[in-house]
Design a protein around this ligand. Sequence first.
Ligand code: NAD
Ligand code: MN
Length: 364
Amino acid sequence: MRRYRIALVPGDGIGKEVIPAGRQVLEALAATTSGALEFAFESYPWGGDYYRAHGVMMPADGLEALKDKDAILFGSAGDPEIPDHITLWGLRLKICQGLDQYANVRPTRILPGIDAPLKRCRPEDLDWVIVRENTEGEYSGAGGRVHKGFPMEVAAEVSVMTRAGVERIQRYAFQLAASRPRKMLTVVTKSNAQRHAMVMWDEIAAEVARDFPGVKWDKEMVDAMTARMVNRPASLDTIVATNLHADILTDLAAALAGSLGIAPTANINPERVHPSMFEPIHGSAFDIMGKGTANPVATFWTAAMMLEHLGENEAARRLMKAVETVTANPKLHTRDLGGTATTADVTDAVCSAISAARTPLATA
Ligand code: NAD
Ligand code: MN
């Protein structure tokens, strides 16, 4: 029997709708394994409501509560009444940085039944994994404001890149590229205009590449990269980029695959000293929160990534198969995909698909 302790942090907005949906499908999956696989969920009510009650997004000992878990399933941080930089830094970045989850991994594929916007792109042309540096760079939080409120006010937002930080993310990306069938890596840069840190980024990529002779790699400027993603999607496979560059490219990738409501993310601590955190790419979606129409597919795919990370590859495969059975049916599309299905409709359908495909999981 394999039993995993999973922390649930739904956070705000539709996070509170999609994370319970994620729990429901994981429980449905466990129920088909005759006890071989079990989840012990613990839920943490952190986020905007917690902030209104306590003045902070999560308690001071919050990280400690997460440390003994096998993984974290996270919804979204972002509340209409609280500035975004407070919600983001007070919860999501606090966890990512505090648990040294330095590799943010975002796969993109066009799932069956999804009408993606690129007209000349076949589903097999778009199968990417974007690796985002997740602990430093443009989002290191270095900088400050001087002369606040006076005409001479100045603000500095300093991108900090360390040799160790760049090397470990490049190494992670090369390793991931080597493990995928096409063994291709594109290193995204901007070393023409950003002539210090991004030049070091390029140099370190070239150094790390020497350890991976089997990986075919190239370099692309981030601006040219947006055009290449749209015009030549099949020329890309694994991609590595800085915190800011990848933040933008992954939203583009999610849109090219059909919807933000589908795209998953893993925040990985590769050394497994600390638990990794799995979350849909999307945020709180203020415009649809509380309506029960959020697309839970991103969270389900995210849960599948969590299962893979835990070594439960067969369970992950079965979950994705159930998800793809459901996306293939336009009657089960939520509003973001042009349909009328609710979060509950999609969740129930995925649970049914899991139970219908019931074959006992191997007992290890
Ligand atoms: P968003 O992802 O919340 O929403 C963008 C658009 O996509 C909206 O129209 C929304 O309705 C739609 N959408 C997103 N997810 C969907 C889903 N699952 N199903 C259907 N439609 C979906 O991005 P935003 O509007 O820029 O941000 C809103 C809040 O969320 C802000 O406070 C922001 O800081 C926060 N945010 C948090 C995270 C995170 O915690 N990881 C990520 C992004 C945004
Ligand atoms: Mn983003």
